[in-house]
Design a protein around this ligand. Structure first.
Ligand SMILES: [Zn+2]
Length: 157
């Protein structure tokens, strides 16, 4: 296979952000490689494929960071929901009770969405997490789902 000149120059000056040239087939890091053949799986390096895949991974990484940030904010929403729901039971005789009931349930629904967000984004291959983003925080997502279900469910009591 003939390697096009522009592909070699792209190899020398990667434009895929922080991701080094890697094998699209197996993820092997090709930084500093002298051959266009992957030493791990034998696949021929094609700059266009690498750039497309790197751009895709960068998008996934950005989505993961965003989902994790929202999940972190979800903890405050959960806390607010617990406080509002507690106030509702404290003020059971007051007409404010129903307001707190609805606000608590709304916080619960918000927690559900923020928790699900960590499951909707794709996990990254492990070899690229250092450059791009951590994995989706699905443990926190699960906590938010449980709290959200509790807050949304208790509205019926
Ligand atoms: Zn490979």
């Amino acid at each position: 296979m003939v390697i096009e000149k522009h592909e070699l120059s792209r190899l020398a000056a990667p434009k895929a952000g922080p991701i080094p040239p890697f094998c699209v087939g197996c993820g092997y890091n090709l930084k500093g490689a002298v051959s266009t053949r992957c030493p791990e799986c034998g696949r021929t390096f094609v700059a266009r494929e690498w750039e497309a895949k790197a751009a895709e991974l960068a998008r996934d990484g950005a989505e993961i960071r965003e989902a994790n940030e929202w999940a972190n904010r979800g903890l405050y929403v959960a806390l607010a929901g617990v406080v509002l729901t507690a106030l509702r039971f404290v003020l059971l005789a007051s007409c404010l009770s129903d307001v707190f009931r609805m606000l608590g349930a709304l916080c619960g629904v918000a927690c559900l969405f923020l928790g699900i967000g960590t499951y909707r984004v794709a996990r990254l291959p492990e070899w690229v997490t250092e450059e791009l983003a951590p994995q989706p925080n699905r443990d926190l997502g699960a906590v938010l789902l449980v709290i959200g279900l509790g807050l949304a469910g208790i509205v019926f009591y």
